[in-house]
Ligand binder design. Sequence first.
Ligand SMILES: [Zn+2]
Ligand SMILES: [Zn+2]
Length: 119
Amino acid sequence: MEKSRESGFLFCNWCGTMLVLKSTKYAECPLCKTTRNAKEIINKEIAYTVTAEDIRRELGISLFGEKTQEEAELPKIKKACEKCEHPELVYTTRQTRSADEGQTTYYTCPNCAHRFTEG
Ligand SMILES: [Zn+2]
Ligand SMILES: [Zn+2]
């Protein structure tokens, strides 16, 4: 492949081999392993090899409707379960309709799955 000034950024500075985009962060020469910042490339012609979705994935931006429902992410509180006395409960809070009543806290026991509210 012929090297040209216009697309020179696609090729290795040292050996002229076409760079392989390893991630959205950098491109690498498969021959001499020279790396090149992908930012300067993405803004130019090679953009078509990196889709917007790849970039989102790389940056860790989750798409709408892709929420993980892992229990590890739920807030926990040091409070004993009414039923089995498990010392730590998962909780969520919700504002009740009347502002005077404040918010209701919903507790879920991760041990026996007992649910109860407080508020
Ligand atoms: Zn090279
Ligand atoms: Zn329990």
